[in-house]
Ligand binder design. Structure first.
Ligand code: NI
Length: 185
């Protein structure tokens, strides 16, 4: 089932999400719905707060972003109760976008490498190191469960320049090609 994607301005996007307990909810169908929702909107990542659930869960499938330099073929994953343990390497800039903030893309600087501990959809624990584009996608989605959006990193000048467009998103004055849930609705 395709779920509506929560739009910029909705309070759940600014809230720190909480850990999930094993068996607490039907995660299988939720994860299935999240993948369906993400593919429908042509995203490479989706975090639970973006479908109005304040839990520490996000999914990624970087395949559409892969190129000859960096294959993303095996980067379809589910992260439950993730914890970024370390971030290091040089900060690099990349243009980011977000399904909750349609049509806005801005350069964000983040460390190139991270170590993360998480449970997969079968509740198997992993500790892994990611770098480059994979790390970038994880950092963006991880921020969502911490209540942080990529626009939070922009300079105050950039934020001022984007203010009108962000307000329009929060008021639903946009026409994305996927279903969205607007604040106050
Ligand atoms: Ni996002």
């Amino acid at each position: 089932m395709i779920l509506p994607v929560v739009a910029y301005g909705h309070p759940i996007l600014k809230k720190e999400a909480v850990d999930i307990e094993k068996g607490e909810m039907d995660l299988d169908s939720l994860i299935k719905d999240m993948f369906e929702t993400m593919y429908n909107a042509h995203g490479v990542g989706l975090a639970a707060p973006q479908i109005n659930k304040g839990i520490r869960l996000f999914i990624v499938d970087g395949e559409p972003m892969g190129d000859e330099n960096e294959s993303m073929e095996d980067f379809k994953k589910v992260f439950i109760n993730p914890e970024i343990l370390e971030e290091d390497g040089e900060e690099w800039g990349m243009e980011e976008g977000c399904l909750s903030i349609p049509d806005i893309h801005e350069t964000v600087y983040r460390p190139e490498r991270l170590k993360i501990r998480y449970f997969d959809e079968k509740w198997v624990e992993h500790e892994e190191v990611y770098e480059g584009m994979r790390a970038r996608i994880i950092q963006h989605e991880y921020d969502h469960i911490e209540g942080v959006l990529f626009t939070d990193y922009l300079s105050s000048l950039k934020k001022r320049l984007l203010k009108k467009r962000l307000t329009n998103i929060s008021k639903g004055k946009i026409n994305p090609n996927y279903r969205m849930l607007f604040p106050g609705k």
